[in-house]
Ligand binder design. Structure first.
Ligand SMILES: C[S@@+](CC[C@H](N)C(=O)[O-])C[C@H]1O[C@@H](n2cnc3c(N)ncnc32)[C@H](O)[C@@H]1O
Length: 329
């Protein structure tokens, strides 16, 4: 009988109180002059699967470039992490990246998988636990933009946070600095952070990575409205919305939007009856930023957030970087 993984479900979409908070957050973003939906809403179960499909696309270089860095620099990564540690995987998704590390012999004592997409997290972690029954595993379903509450039972020593895939790029640099500070506050001086960061590069490569020929990223972006309809009881017609993604060189970020193909309205119930948002033809909902960094820029961000002993590994084309840093002091 395979061991059952423990799941702490801090985020519970079915809790009336939490659901009301998430609905308020969604509605507030949609009613802004520049309508906005936070990227965390991409990840219902289908969104999580669509993201996995994105990682297979020829245009989406981050996943395979990061994987190549792991293989090339495995001995140094193993040495940085050391022995007897807890690996805390932030936004673990399919848990495949952690699984590859484990199969390559980088073995934590304990693996803690954190994700907002709770059903997908449960299935992914159960699968990994069956493959590797010797590692103690625990899932935490939470929204880490609101809180990053680790269970008291986790030892404070040797906490190694793992944040691959350049998800840190979804935060603006000041927000990323605050998030990194929150991580530093969750560890003692024996803890560390292993983080993947996408680097500034040729614009055409970046544009293609977020607007692939097959339209998988477009489906991922448009699926957001399916999720919003389910969460907010809204009536967005997905066929009315077009995927838009481009690199903004001034801000060094990919911007992703959904653009209205025609003038239209969307509505959802609220305390007073129904909220209505009108969109002009061509008007856009902002759905994601993905900031790109220089190695120096991200090193400085880590240092200012309370990290030291910063190590950096990159690929031969310097498309992607993996950093390891310890908590300063
Ligand atoms: C871009 S995917 C990366 C998945 C995987 N770590 C990788 O590198 O391929 C982002 C992951 O973070 C999760 N996520 C996004 N926002 C989150 C939030 N606010 N709290 C917790 N998890 C979040 C998503 O569900 C998804 O699994």
């Amino acid at each position: 009988m395979p061991p059952q993984v423990r799941l702490h479900q801090i985020l519970d979409w079915d809790s009336p109180q939490q659901n009301a908070g998430l609905r308020r957050e969604l509605a507030a973003g949609l009613l802004q002059p520049q309508a906005y939906i936070a990227p965390k809403f991409f990840y219902d179960a289908l969104g999580s699967r669509l993201f996995e499909a994105i990682t297979e696309l020829p245009e989406y270089y981050p996943t395979r470039t990061e994987a190549a860095i792991f293989i090339e620099h495995l001995p140094a990564i193993r040495q940085a992490l050391g022995e007897d540690f807890t690996l805390i995987d932030l936004g673990c998704g399919s848990c495949v990246k952690a699984g590859k590390l484990f199969h390559a012999g980088v073995l934590p004592t304990r693996y803690v998988a954190v994700d907002i997409s709770v059903d997908f997290l449960r299935d992914s972690l159960q699968h990994l636990q069956r493959e590797l029954p010797a590692i103690e595993m625990m899932g935490i379903g939470l929204d880490f933009t609101h809180e990053l509450q680790l269970p008291d039972e986790l030892p404070p020593e040797r906490r190694m946070f793992f944040y691959p895939g350049s998800s840190i790029g979804n935060f603006s640099p000041p927000e990323a600095g605050l998030f990194l500070q929150r991580l530093a506050a969750q560890m003692d001086s024996s803890g560390g952070l292993l983080i993947g960061v996408d680097l500034i590069k040729d614009h055409a490569l970046l544009d293609a990575a977020y607007d692939d020929q097959l339209g998988v990223t477009a489906a991922f972006n448009r699926n957001l409205l399916r999720h919003v309809n389910a969460r907010l009881d809204a009536d967005f017609d997905i066929g009315d919305w077009q995927h838009v993604a481009f690199y903004n060189a001034v801000e060094t970020r990919i911007e992703m939007y959904l653009k209205a193909r025609r003038a239209l309205s969307a509505s959802w119930p609220d305390a007073a009856g129904r909220s209505l948002r009108h969109f002009a033809a061509g008007e856009r909902i902002h759905t994601e930023n993905s900031y790109k960094y220089s190695p120096q820029g991200f090193t400085a961000l880590l240092a200012s957030a309370g990290f030291a002993d910063i190590q950096l590994w990159t690929d031969p084309r310097a498309w992607f970087a993996l950093f390891f840093a310890r908590r300063a002091g």
